[in-house]
Design a protein around this ligand. Structure first.
Ligand code: 4AD
Ligand code: MG
Length: 477
């Protein structure tokens, strides 16, 4: 008999039929009630075992984590909490799970403990919910862009280009470490390490994406990106997924409109399709909040927060206006920030971003027109000669979720900027062809997928929203 998914059993419209379910035991109460989960939904199906007619040897093997197959009749449940249950006629143990050794006990584990068991943590309710939501969100990303006629582009993972110019790249080598080419001083010559050429893992697919946008009009990438920054924060990963749309003939305002519409679409998609999982995570957060002092508790529940983002426009503020707000909120005597903004031109620290989003505007904020010297080389210089058409989207509880810009389309201005920054024109000649031949206004942005999943699930550490987190501290899998 073919097994039916627990989700389908729980949504069944008829009862009294013979069914088979396969899954893993979450709990086994009173030698009688199995809570069975198969990953198709956060909800378990209760399976009622006829313990009087079941051998003790079998009952003993119904332990948390064991894989079982149950065959029986789907009936309306007499107990509260579930609509249906299975009256078990035949029970088979498919795979034992020694309760003395199985690390996932039927109790609440700390997130730190679970992180060390990333291959098993997905067997918990919270991680099952997070990973299902992550999957639905990635589908929503494709659904949004495909409906709008964007072309999905796979940009290279191994690349010679440092798109962000931040030098935070993992080197790629095709040679055994003890056989690396050496320069005259006898040091490893990294310039020749990938079949004679220097390469890295990509930090962003943007530059390659731009070449496609300048032919196909509207494109997006969605793939893994890598940053060798030594940031051990709850917002940074060494390997994360980024979505990067790029659109020919879009200016910065169009770019903001696209980013806002896109983010609202995917959040709505999750609300419409992940109801049970979101409700579970909301409940989990409410429990967590109870242990916090009243003043630190969130004013909104998870679902209220998600709906708030859908119902309110993102506030658009220039960098210069933001600096004025921050200066005003930081009177000389009362030090609100550990790092006080004095000079126009400084980069914002996360505490400034949090102040703007969480205290001042109390909604998502799009900051634009940043000083040129704190942003990447490819951004369009404004007429004032000192700011660029950059935009960052800041989210409550997250900080920067999107970074993007209108691109510098003028060949001469771009080449001049590259010269100043010491970026090799020859290395990026292919990129400059977009400006040599048929150049035009174009814009794009990058959304950090894990930061989006963080926001939607209400989790607080980025390591908890990616299946196998890679950070400077944690890459054992
Ligand atoms: O702001 P970033 O560095 O922008 C770019 O890479 C541009 N090339 C994007 C573009 O215009 N096409 O990164 C974009 C986003 C950030 O806003 C953040 O959400 C995420 O990527 N991000 C990270 N997420 C997790 N861990 C990290 N170490 C991240 N670094 C950036
Ligand atoms: Mg950025």
């Amino acid at each position: 008999m073919r097994h039916t998914k627990v989700k389908d059993l729980l949504n069944s419209t008829t009862t009294l039929q013979e069914v088979n379910a396969k899954g893993w035991v979450r709990t086994f109460r009173n030698n009688q009630f199995i809570a069975l989960n198969d990953g198709s939904t956060i909800n378990n199906i209760q399976c009622v075992v006829d313990f009087e007619n079941t051998a003790d040897q079998i009952l003993k093997r119904i332990t948390t984590g064991a894989a079982v197959s149950v065959t029986g009749t789907l009936v309306e449940s007499k107990g509260s909490g579930q609509k249906y249950e299975i009256q078990v006629a035949k029970l088979e143990i498919l795979g034992d799970s020694d309760p003395e050794k199985f690390p996932m006990q039927p109790k609440k584990h700390s997130l730190e403990f679970l992180r060390e068991n990333a291959h098993l943590r997905v067997r918990t309710n919270a991680f099952g919910a997070i990973m299902r939501i992550r999957s639905v969100l990635s589908f929503a990303v494709h659904s949004y862009f495909q409906q709008k006629g964007f072309v999905y582009v796979n940009t290279p993972i191994i690349t010679g280009a440092d798109a962000e110019g931040a030098g935070e790249m993992f080197q790629v080598t095709s040679l055994p470490l003890d056989n690396m080419p050496k320069n005259e001083e006898g040091n490893i010559d990294y310039k020749k390490d990938f079949f004679g050429k220097h390469t890295n893992l990509t930090v962003s697919g943007q530059l390659e994406g731009e070449t496609f946008a300048m032919a196909l009009g509207q494109i997006y990438t969605f793939g893994p990106t890598f940053r060798a920054e030594n940031s051990n924060t709850s917002r940074h990963l060494a390997e994360f997924w980024m979505i990067e749309p790029e659109v020919a003939f879009n200016d910065l305002d169009n770019n903001m409109d696209l980013a806002e519409d896109f983010i609202q679409y995917v959040i709505k998609y999750a609300l419409d399709n992940c109801g049970d999982d979101l409700k579970f995570l909301e409940g989990r957060l409410l429990e967590e909040e109870k242990s916090k002092p009243q003043t630190e508790r969130s004013e909104m529940t998870l679902l209220e927060k998600l709906n708030f983002v859908l119902e309110n426009n993102f506030k658009r503020v220039s960098y210069t206006e933001a600096i004025d707000i921050l200066r005003e909120s930081t009177p000389n005597k009362k030090k609100k920030f550990s790092y006080i903004i004095k000079e126009w031109g400084a980069d914002l620290q996360s505490e400034h971003e949090r102040y703007l989003v969480e205290k001042h505007f109390k909604c998502p904020v799009i900051l634009f027109d940043y000083p040129a010297n704190i942003k990447a080389f490819y951004m369009r210089l404004n007429e004032d000669g000192k700011t660029v058409r950059a935009m960052d989207i800041l989210f409550p509880g997250i900080g920067e979720i999107v970074g993007g810009s209108q691109r510098e389309e003028r060949f001469d201005v771009l080449v001049e900027k590259m010269k100043v920054l010491g970026i090799d024109e020859k290395e990026l000649s292919w990129y400059l062809d977009t400006r040599r031949f048929g150049s035009a206004t174009h814009s794009g942005f990058g959304l950090g997928f894990e930061r989006l999943v963080l926001f939607v699930t209400g989790m607080s550490n980025i390591r908890d929203v990616i299946p196998f987190p890679r950070t400077p501290m944690n890459a054992e899998f």
